[in-house]
Design a protein around this ligand. Sequence first.
Ligand code: ADP
Length: 255
Amino acid sequence: MSLSTVFPVRPLVETGLEVRAENLCRSYGRGRDAVHALRGVDISFAPGTFTAVMGPSGSGKSTLLQCVAGMDRQTTGRVHWGPTEITAMPERRLAQLRRAEAGFIFQSYNLMPAMTVEQNVALPARLAGERVDWAAVAECLAEVGLADRRKERPGRLSGGQQQRVAVARALFARPRVLFADEPTGALDRSTGREVLWLLRGGVETEGRTCVMVTHDPVAASFADRVVLLADGVLVDDLVRPSAGLIAEKLSGLAC
Ligand code: ADP
């Protein structure tokens, strides 16, 4: 699948958004029972780059993603999206900013079963009170290879197709940053690859910033950079590593 077929002529995202965290800490509970999921993480995701966040189970990957994506509040530290500090921003403004700038993809596709595929893609825009451009929805579905399935309910699609609907929904507003938590976790290798191509394509052709949590070294090898977490701390930062090197580093962390 070539990138030009995946992403035909569309307006380019002006530039990806830089996402930056400083001394990020996130604890759950208090006192002796407190769990310190993040313990002082400093990280920057450069505009137009694709980063995979990896590490053993419980190392803080999802917590990091949720904090930098403005879906969870850190205990201390700061998060910036470009020039804007999102920490301490009132929830309503943050929700508006998330809608304008960010897309989200999760392992479980989180589609609405009673709605058609195209209604699912249009849902965020409708919730934001925008008029839906159904031709643009159809075009977006064509980009993920589902033009002919747009009137169907998600339950009639395979897992890989449902995740492609979720990708279309996330990309419909042409976000400058995409956050994905185990987007291929429920898919077999070949359907997982199709989804990874879509994420990679958005980085290559639109300059989008993409941050993805994954436990799969092959999925991570689609990224420009792989960061490793252990026990709430960043322990490694690899540039374009091979799947083999990633697997070796992970086994060193005993996950
Ligand atoms: P990972 O994504 O690497 O598996 P998480 O970020 O989900 O790790 O979790 C990091 C740590 O924080 C784990 O010890 C987990 O049990 C704990 N944790 C995550 N969410 C909560 C929560 N809502 N309440 C209490 N502990 C949590």
